[in-house]
Design a protein around this ligand. Structure first.
Ligand code: ZN
Length: 342
């Protein structure tokens, strides 16, 4: 009988006879549980913010500390391709292609090889390189866009659309404004504008902080913060692109046009053509997810996030796969592992 258990308990949790690993926890947890954090986005660091100690990549640590999101005094720092031992479990860290420092974890327990993708992107972008599938027995797969409508055009097609839209606005003395996530998408947009135009990019301060972490890790970013005199002057003359977070109000008073850059634009564009949105995503789309499963060849698949039920139905019907959305760990198992170690 296989003794390794996989389920949800304050995060994806893997229990072996001797050890417990929790992936992207949303609780502080117990001392005997070892936490692995896949990347710096808010929904994956809830546990860290509550004081959990976790293993994170050096790049993720840079993003979190530069942007002041959370204190990380006791966190262990990981490198890609590194192997670490956690009791009877061996973990190898792989690139996830999602944002700077994003990691997939290859987890070898005494009985099973488990792959945990975190958020993944399997295509090369301007600021990230494609994730490679982990060959595994059990796959824990993020399925944010796990339904067929979410099929994205190539990044290059979208870069061209973005640059065209920017130039059309600049010629009309209208400032193109991108409202995007501060970590990952903002830096991708900045890199696109830098690479294909000479138009200055002005950034909101919370985005500049994340850009600093990207620059420290060798990713080119040319930008001027909106609080600097030069930034203010460029905004006044309407000869710049402005990149700001989705959750903030624009500081611009007039003559600007807003665009979003997200995978959700595939559907959004078709229902509201008045709002500009570009289908530029740093997640795998439906086809990339299918390719991942085909290459990883797992015997069992657990889905998390987004269209997890749709993707399971599709996999089971079309491929006869053994897939299900991740389920809570059974009470018996929890009682076993808590009573043994608390
Ligand atoms: Zn993410």
């Amino acid at each position: 009988m296989i003794k390794t258990k996989v389920g949800w308990h304050g995060g994806v949790t893997i229990v072996t006879e001797k050890d417990v690993i929790r992936l992207d926890p949303n609780i502080k947890g117990h001392n005997y549980v070892v936490n692995l954090i896949s990347h710096a986005h808010g929904d994956h660091i809830v546990g860290l913010k509550k004081g959990a100690i976790g293993h994170i990549t050096a790049e993720t640590k840079d993003i979190l500390s530069y942007s002041g999101i959370c204190r990380l005094k006791d966190s262990e720092v990981l490198k890609y391709d590194e192997e670490i031992n956690i009791g009877d479990i061996k973990v190898t860290i792989h690139n996830a292609g999602h944002v700077l420092g994003s990691a997939q974890f290859e987890i070898q327990t005494p009985e099973l090889l488990i792959g945990y993708t975190g958020d993944i992107n399997c295509r090369d972008m301007m600021t990230t390189t494609a994730a490679k599938p982990i060959d595994c027995d059990v796959l824990i797969l993020e399925t944010t866009y796990g339904t067929p409508i979410y099929t994205f055009p190539s990044p290059e097609e979208t870069y061209i659309e973005i640059v065209n839209w920017v130039i059309r606005n600049i010629r009309k003395k209208i400032i193109p404004v991108f409202k995007v996530y501060s970590t990952g998408k903002a830096q991708e947009i900045i890199r696109v504008i830098n690479e294909f135009t000479t138009i200055p990019v002005i950034t909101h301060p919370s985005i500049s902080k994340v850009c600093e972490a990207y620059v420290k890790n060798g990713i080119k970013q040319k930008y001027i913060e909106s609080t600097h005199e030069e930034g203010k002057e460029l905004i006044k003359n309407q000869q710049c692109v402005y990149v700001m977070p989705t959750n903030k109000e624009s500081i611009l008073e007039k003559n600007y046009s807003i665009a979003y850059a997200t995978g959700w634009a595939v559907k959004y564009n078709s229902i509201n053509s008045n709002v500009k949105s570009f289908p530029l995503s740093n997640h795998a789309d439906f086809n990339q997810l299918l390719n991942y499963v085909e290459q990883a060849k797992p015997k069992k698949i657990y889905t998390i996030h987004g269209f997890k039920e749709n993707f399971v139905k599709y996999l089971n019907k079309k491929f006869g796969a053994n897939a299900q959305p991740i389920a809570p760990l059974g009470q018996t198992i929890l009682r076993d592992f808590i009573s043994a170690r608390d």
